[in-house]
Design a protein. Structure first.
Length: 333
């Protein structure tokens, strides 16, 4: 029983690592809550949850459960953030796990850590202290503690995605990547970039099996590479996740216990979640039974800001993606 639970917890950790916008040139808000539409009765919870888009009503998909997965990089500097806590770190990796219990499917929404979003602040007593617009990765650094940092990031992502609701969060420090990577015997892939600064043989296009800190560097680095934006790194992260899933499935099919008690305890030191052990067990059991339908991203443009690279969403495409992922069209009687 213990080994079964450990295997399931290992799977969720792998998953973790693993319209009309312009009218006469004026930007319009089109994902409108029901209570903002003239003549709309929004007294019921069902009606108030609906949104109006391009002359069509949409209702939330009730069978969804969402979990925000964060990879925290404590090496990221937060010195410029006056209210950020020392050692909190930024969310270098953000993935929204979306489970559809009716369809028995799950997919991932990969969020760019450089996305310009609303970052919320609190004072020493946890009271609202306003917000500012900054990179999504910063939201975690403005928490009062690691759990609060996760909650702040959840709030920023919910706001970014036009008010959708996120049920839970799981965060881990990026150091856990090396541990999980080696527990599946390494991840084999074709290098998308030149990594000869790590190993002279690591030229672009070379097929290698990443081990230890090599795996962490592959999903983490960007500044040392020619493309210093986060877009290429996100491509590598998605490639690595696919390889990690494949390696895990191969070891699981062979009956190998890649997540021993010692390994789970070691990874647990790097993980924080608002899920209980029972919830994680139930979640990972669900993932084993459901069909994985892939990873999606939000379209946009990376530009050089005043100090850092900024990723600005294509609002029209982003709203369409949110509708496709979280809503379904309804017929008005």
């Amino acid at each position: 029983m213990k080994k079964k639970l450990i295997g399931r917890l290992g799977l969720i950790l792998l998953a973790a690592i693993s319209g009309m916008l312009l009218v006469f040139g004026v930007l319009e808000q089109i994902l409108l809550p029901a209570d903002t539409v003239p003549g709309r009765d929004s007294d019921t919870a069902e009606n108030s949850a609906r949104v109006f888009y391009n002359n069509t009503w949409y209702a939330p998909v009730e069978s969804l459960e969402t979990i925000l997965i964060l990879g925290i990089d404590t090496s990221e500097s937060t010195a410029s953030a006056d209210t950020a806590k020392d050692g909190m770190g930024q969310a270098d990796f953000l993935e929204l796990l979306i489970l559809d219990k009716a369809a028995q499917e799950f997919q991932l929404l990969h969020l760019n850590r450089d996305t310009m979003a609303e970052i919320f602040q609190t004072d020493l007593y946890g009271r609202d202290a306003g917000s500012f617009r900054g990179q999504l990765a910063l939201a975690h650094a403005y928490g009062r503690d690691p759990n609060d940092g996760c909650r702040q990031t959840v709030k920023s992502v919910e706001t970014l995605l036009y008010g959708i609701s996120i049920d839970h969060y799981i965060s881990f420090t990026m150091d856990a990547v090396s541990i999980l990577n080696d527990r599946v015997g390494g991840v084999t892939l074709s290098l998308m970039d030149d990594f000869t600064h790590l190993d002279p043989a690591y030229q672009e296009g070379t097929v290698v099996t990443l081990t230890g800190t090599q795996a962490l560097a592959y999903v983490r680095e960007r500044g040392a590479l020619e493309d210093s934006t986060n877009l290429r790194r996100m491509e590598r992260q998605r490639q690595y996740l696919d390889g990690l899933f494949k390696a895990y499935n191969e070891t699981a099919a062979a009956g190998e216990d890649t997540f021993s008690v010692d390994a789970l305890l070691e990874v647990n030191d790097y993980m924080i979640s608002d899920c209980t052990a029972d919830q994680l067990s139930s979640l990972t059991a669900t993932l084993q039974q459901y069909t994985y339908t892939g990873i999606r991203t939000l379209e946009g443009q990376a530009v050089k800001g005043h100090t850092y690279v900024e990723f600005h969403l294509d609002e029209s495409a982003a709203q369409q993606t949110v509708l496709e992922l979280f809503y379904t069209p309804v017929t008005e009687e």
